[in-house]
Design a protein around this ligand. Structure first.
Ligand code: GCW
Length: 684
């Protein structure tokens, strides 16, 4: 397999003899203590990687610290057990569950210490990353603890093998309504994920249809267990999305009412079955009362009733309920100006704050709508102070170019993570609310919808791997920078050529603004073709039963979400964010149409009118998209031929489709507004 299959774990042979020698001196023998599957993974991964990078298999040693070189790693327990020497000044006491220390003097062994087996594995990958990115390993004093307890990937995979919003082929988990028998590819995926610290996956779609409902039944659980074991060896716990109406659909009951004793008894028995087969099972992901999925509302119950009932059933086994907050009325009548989809999650869940069990996490999308290119942050962050939370991001590029357009999403996620909710005064970031640090909630973390499929490079667009990598790195540490992550990924994936590294990193960093500038303007969102969501269609959803999104007419555009004259959504934010969004003067340009309805002649802070901004950015964005092809071509020599071709093909398509976006939007707004482009460019 080639063309990007190895992702960022390429472990290419280090050509520079001097460098290779320097690494070899330190890394030619190793000892990773312990026996668990995760430790076994750490040991074999380290040995195999060193073998390919350095050209010689490292020796297994059996030392206790008297050695003058080599890599010695293990949990603190295993060091204590074999009475090995732990260097002082390592402060291993506060490492936390998955943290680790890498310690080395100029001479002597490289030490890897961790509190858990997972930590040992992460330390191994960290050390290998240093070698892959050409860094010195002389004196090392590295200490890492993940900021988020849960670092999770969600898959929207169906058992027939299709993937909802998947742009990279079919499922790697399911085919023909069965779990795949050949699990090699799952193992390779688990390896990629573990290398960047992911510790949880949900393998099936949150829209749990008929076949998928049966995943928690006995005929399928043995196969679920096999997949769980594959992930388990990489320190990753498996979760399943479940159908809230399971008691009816597979349990023979005539109700799924969460307060009905038969229903809770059914779920308790179900939990027992599952844990009998899958002792490491992580728990359930639940999409309830959302987009026609069943839920507690059917029985006049609320979402705490629903989540808590499931949580009680899983609690004896240490399982979690991950309950999604994506609950809204998806059939909004455009005449109804008081209903606002953006308000929905907060309106449903804020009143329930504090009522959820401590093994429930509410999973909240970054924005109040649905993974648009530009949205404000969901006010549930900061709004909920007594409930475990999980920030949900979308790696799969549903609204951001479907892996045909280049769109490096880390800058968007960084903005969300760094957003100050002011819930506890300045510095109350979304990152700290999600991790649990802000309010001292017990569980927390980040989840994202994965962008992989059985495509040869996993992600369709080879450069879309940067988003998978980037999400995981941020879930480990939200303080990392977008550029830092891009540069790291590029170096690991494309090797040593500094010119190629610079060009690719810059392309990644520019890509979100490029994409934003030819698609829906100023934070208004959508304007895509209904159903598949690819390509421009200004009124596709506006004039349909699915609601209303931009209210564009001949006079103006945007949604008035102010307290003063609109839907009142701005009132869900704490001060000063509330004031900032409420006021037309203060509202940042890039979100103007999300919060306000304005005439096309409204002047932005940039000095341009809204209409001229629309024209200018669409023309510029299209030109910049075309330039991506030229930039990519400039580094052709340093790129693997297959990857070069795959990326180029997509960049050319992107440049074409950008023109379509430009023309469809410009034409629409020119004719609607009757205002010409100041520069007289071609608008049809
Ligand atoms: O963005 C929307 C998608 C649906 C998805 C839903 C959700 C899985 O268009 O395909 O369903 O969000 O997040 O539940």
């Amino acid at each position: 397999r080639n063309g990007g299959y190895e992702g960022w774990l390429r472990y290419t042979h280090i050509e520079d003899a001097y460098k290779r020698e320097a690494y070899s001196v330190r890394c030619s023998q190793l000892q990773i203590m312990g026996e668990s599957p995760v430790i076994h993974t750490a040991r074999t991964e380290l040995a195999a990687a060193l073998d390919t990078m350095l050209g010689a298999k490292p020796r297994e040693m059996n030392g206790t610290g008297g050695e003058s070189f080599g890599i010695i790693g293990g949990t603190i327990d295993s060091f204590t057990r074999c009475e090995a020497r732990i260097p002082e000044d390592c402060h291993l006491d506060e490492l936390g569950e998955d943290g680790y220390v890498i310690q080395a003097e100029e001479t002597g062994p490289i030490w890897l210490f961790a509190a858990s087996d997972n930590g040992v594995l992460y330390a191994v990958y960290h050390l290998l990353r240093l070698l892959q990115t050409d860094q010195p390993i002389g004196k090392l004093s590295i200490r890492e603890t993940p900021v988020n307890g849960l670092r999770m990937l969600d898959h929207w995979d169906n058992m027939d093998g299709t993937i909802e919003r998947g742009y990279a082929g079919n499922s790697i988990f399911f085919r023909d309504n069965r779990i795949v028998a050949d699990r090699d590819r799952i193992r390779d995926y688990a390896r990629l994920l573990a290398s960047v610290g992911i510790n949880a996956v949900a393998i099936n779609n949150v829209n749990v249809h008929r076949e998928e409902t049966k995943l928690i039944t006995e005929p399928l659980l043995p196969d679920v267990a096999k997949v769980a074991d594959v992930f388990g060896a990489y320190g990753i716990r498996l979760y399943l999305s479940v159908n809230f109406a399971s008691p009816i659909e597979i349990g023979g009951l005539d109700t799924a009412d969460p307060l009905h004793p038969d229903v809770s008894a059914w779920w308790r028995a179900k939990a027992k079955d599952i844990y009998r087969y899958v002792p490491t099972f992580g728990g359930y992901v639940v999409k309830a009362d959302s987009e026609f999925r069943p839920g507690p509302f059917t029985y006049g119950r609320n979402h705490a009733d629903g989540a808590n009932m499931l949580a009680d059933a899983l609690a004896p086994f240490g399982g979690h309920v991950i309950w999604r907050c994506f609950v809204y009325n998806c059939l909004q009548d455009w005449r109804d100006r008081s209903t606002d989809r953006a308000r929905a999650a907060y309106d449903h869940f804020k009143p329930l704050d504090g009522q959820f069990r401590d093994n429930v996490l509410l999973q909240i999308k970054n924005g109040p709508m649905d993974f648009q290119v530009r949205e404000p942050v969901s006010p549930l962050f900061g709004g909920l102070s007594r409930t475990n939370q999980l920030l949900e991001l979308q790696i799969t590029q549903e609204y951001t170019g479907q892996q045909r357009h280049l769109c490096y999403l880390v800058p968007q996620w960084k903005e969300a993570l760094d957003f100050d909710t002011f819930a506890r005064g300045e510095g109350s970031t979304v990152a700290s609310a999600a991790s649990g640090a802000l309010f001292g909630t017990k569980l927390g973390g980040m989840a994202a919808v994965s962008n992989v499929g059985d495509d040869s490079c996993w992600t369709g667009h080879p450069l879309a791997q940067a988003n998978l990598f980037g999400f995981a790195r941020l879930a480990w540490n939200p303080a990392l920078g977008a550029e830092e992550i891009a540069a790291e990924w590029t170096a690991m994936t494309f090797g040593a050529d500094p010119e190629a590294q610079r060009v690719i990193t810059d392309m990644l960093l520019d890509s979100l603004t490029i994409y934003e500038s030819y698609t829906a303007p100023l934070g208004v969102g959508w304007m895509v073709n209904p159903g598949h969501h690819y390509g421009p269609n200004v009124d596709g959803y506006e004039y349909s039963k699915w609601g209303t999104y931009h209210f564009a007419d001949c006079n103006g555009i945007g949604v008035d979400r102010t307290v003063r004259s609109g839907t009142g959504y701005t009132g869900q934010y704490a001060l000063p964010q509330y004031e900032r969004y409420e006021s037309l003067e203060q509202c940042p340009d890039e979100l103007l149409l999300f919060f306000h309805h304005v005439p096309y002649t409204h002047k932005l802070k940039s000095g341009k009118t809204v209409i001229q901004h629309i024209y200018d950015t669409r023309f510029e964005g299209t030109e910049r998209a075309a330039m991506l092809v030229t930039r990519w071509d400039s580094i052709k020599r340093s790129i693997d031929a297959e990857i070069y071709r795959l990326v180029r093909e997509r960049l050319v398509q992107q440049a074409e489709h950008a023109k379509e976006w430009r023309d469809v939007l410009n034409t629409y707004f020119c004719r609607k507004s009757g205002i010409a482009d100041e520069l007289g460019r071609t608008i049809y």
